[in-house]
Design a protein around this ligand. Structure first.
Ligand code: CO
Length: 174
């Protein structure tokens, strides 16, 4: 197992759409294992393949003592009820802003063996599932922020804050 480099905002791969996984071989299992190692080392709660420079549709997550790998995930349904909570992203170190997401989400896909897999999330877990699926479509958490927060975030990024040492995470990093 190995820790992978996490791509920081500005890397074009974070804006690209990842491709469907069609081969469920040892290479995929190793990638998933390395992504879980990388997620734990970074104390994050979710990590998508784009974030480690791989354009494949999979992400890993860790929540409430469980973890997992989701391959080719799709949204089945989301609640109309939403929740606003502070959110961060491992590709935006040190930046945390409130973002509005559906309170509940159901995603369907497959596991690393290609077997059907489904997860139902509420609250933070729903947020993790939707944030990671966004990554696979090149969508980033700053896209969900209120206008004034997004402006401030972009200003801080232009000042080079993502490259500066920062305080320990004040909200979940996904
Ligand atoms: Co993220």
């Amino acid at each position: 197992m190995a820790r992978l480099d996490i791509k920081i905002f500005g890397d074009p791969i974070l804006r690209m759409r990842a491709r469907e996984v069609t081969t469920f071989d040892g290479g995929l299992h190793a990638l998933a294992g390395d992504m879980l190692d990388t997620l734990r080392a970074a104390n994050g709660v979710g990590l998508a393949a784009n974030q480690v420079g791989v354009l494949k549709r999979l992400f890993v997550w860790e929540h409430a003592g469980r973890d997992g790998v989701f391959v080719n995930p799709e949204v089945v349904e989301t609640s109309t009820e939403t929740e606003i909570a502070d959110e961060g992203c491992l590709s935006f170190p040190g930046l945390f802003y409130p973002s509005e997401r559906p309170l509940r989400a159901r995603l369907r896909g497959v596991d690393v063996y290609g077997e059907p897999h489904e997860e139902v999330g509420e609250g933070l877990f729903a947020r993790i599932l939707l944030h990671e699926l966004d990554h696979l479509n090149g969508i980033l958490f700053i896209d969900h922020l209120a206008r004034h927060d997004r402006k401030e975030a972009m200003r801080r990024i232009r000042r080079g804050e993502l490259e500066q040492p920062h305080e320990p995470a004040s909200a979940p990093e996904l």
